[in-house]
Design a protein around this ligand. Structure first.
Ligand code: XLS
Ligand code: NI
Ligand code: NI
Length: 443
């Protein structure tokens, strides 16, 4: 089979002095950090939809990028060309995983039986490529938001017939995920939400979503799926209000419906910021609940109110992300670049630049987060900040061996308590800057 990106060879680590645009400056897969290689710390994944399908179309203009890969679009030949392109691309970058929606892989037919036949055929081909290259599947999912039938959502739809279609797609996507050995299965509730409460039974819709998820868990386990199910929270877009608003909301929902043992959270940076949080916030919420599963590594634009899905370039954010990930002991999933090149970056070379940017950004994040942890000043500050709960009445509060009455008596005897110790935010921020930029004085 002909090489598709024939003018681009394997991307290598060349170090931070390199000016070669097609090289890694910081991502050195074999470098060992805290006992693991960078490759092990950072299981990167390619998102089939953005990298092989999205061609720069936006609300106001058609495609700018040509991703026909030498075949006619809408055909199985094109579906195969995408597989060829995708595996060549991942191999050239040293990306070890991919993520997919069912309809990213093949053109969808009117009849689901025909779509499923096409899916069987393409996944046979993908499996061959996986065996040849050692590339693996991070997670699969069903696209239950693009087809007009899902205008009111999948689990949240008002139509029992559409609910059946959602079930059929999930069943097939689970079959494919198991066939490809996927580590996880994602529910991103694209249209699981509402536009107006005037026509919406919110309680019923949420219960139906849980019913669909329960059936998915039962079926998945019955066919030998041992991985994690994930909810990928997002507060809005395309719906005005989406039920999986943020990590905290999704975790509450999972617990309410007894799904928390089978599910974890797939945190997407741009979704967290759309919810009015930092990326780090949603990672922390997931981690402290034992539910940090996987990450959709992208970034938004704070000046724009939607999911711009940019490749991550913000080293500070990546540092805080990796700080959370290291503290949580790593991910069971990986780092899926749910990101697309900007519309004017329409060449094949731009696809490579984008992944180099993202991978180098997370490598920097990993290096910096390790330095913050090894430096220890932040951790010991936080530890010290709560030290009043280590002894005396503080200890009794934590142990649960006091009462409101005893605490009230202590307060009455105390007079005015001293102010809590300073939060020292500015000092801590300067420590982070010092760690991030140390070494510059050598210039
Ligand atoms: C959209 C989501 C989507 C999911 C997979 O905003 O990020 O791409 O990751 O359905
Ligand atoms: Ni998104
Ligand atoms: Ni995503």
């Amino acid at each position: 089979m002909a090489e598709i990106f024939s003018n681009i060879s394997r991307i290598k680590y060349e170090g931070s002095d390199s000016k070669n645009p097609l090289s890694f400056k910081y991502y050195d897969p074999d470098r060992v950090i805290m006992g693991k290689t960078m490759r092990e710390h950072l299981p990167f994944a390619m998102a089939w939809w953005h990298n092989l399908c999205a061609c720069g179309t936006d609300m106001f203009g058609r495609d700018t990028a040509d991703k026909s890969f030498g075949a006619e679009k809408g055909t199985m030949a094109h579906a195969k060309a995408k597989v060829d392109a995708g595996f060549e691309f991942m191999q050239k970058l040293g990306i070890e995983y991919f993520c997919f929606h069912d309809v990213d892989l093949v053109p969808e037919a009117d009849d689901i039986k025909e779509t499923n036949k096409r899916l069987d055929e393409i996944t046979d081909y993908i499996l061959e490529k996986m065996n040849e290259t050692g590339i693996k599947c991070l997670w699969g999912t069903a696209n239950m938001f693009s087809n007009p039938r899902f205008m009111n959502g999948a689990g949240s739809t008002n139509s029992a017939d559409v609910f059946c279609f959602a079930a059929a797609q999930i069943k097939k996507a689970l079959d494919l995920t198991v066939k490809l050995g996927g580590k996880g299965y994602v529910f991103w509730g694209g249209r699981e939400g509402y536009e107006t409460l005037l026509n919406t039974d919110m309680k019923f819709e949420q219960e139906n979503i849980a019913r669909l998820m329960k059936m998915a868990v039962d079926y998945g386990r019955s066919i030998g799926f041992k991985g994690d199910f994930y909810i990928e929270p997002k507060p809005k877009e395309p719906m005005k209000h989406q039920y999986d608003f943020d990590a905290a909301t999704a975790i509450g929902f999972l617990r309410q419906h007894g799904l928390d043992k089978d599910f974890k959270i797939n945190v997407e940076a741009n979704h967290a910021t759309l919810a009015g949080h930092t990326f780090q916030h949603d990672l922390r919420v997931s981690a402290i609940n034992g539910m940090l599963g996987s990450i959709d590594a992208n970034q938004g634009d704070l000046l724009l109110g939607w999911d711009t899905d940019e490749f991550p370039s913000n080293v500070y954010e990546a540092t805080m992300c990796m700080y959370e990930v290291l503290k949580a002991g790593g991910l069971t999933g990986g780092f899926n670049f749910d990101a697309k090149t900007r519309r004017p970056s329409y060449t094949a070379e731009d696809m490579f630049h984008a992944f180099i940017l993202g991978m180098d950004t997370f490598a920097l994040g990993l290096i910096n987060a390790t330095k913050i942890i090894e430096d220890g000043r932040i951790d010991s500050f936080v530890e010290e900040r709560y030290s009043s709960f280590k002894a005396g009445i503080g200890k009794k509060i934590v142990e649960g061996s006091t009462t409101l009455t005893e605490l009230a008596t202590i307060a009455e005897d105390m007079g005015a308590p001293a102010l809590p110790s300073s939060g020292k935010q500015e000092y801590l921020q300067s420590i982070v800057n010092q760690i991030l930029f140390s070494g510059l004085e050598a210039l």
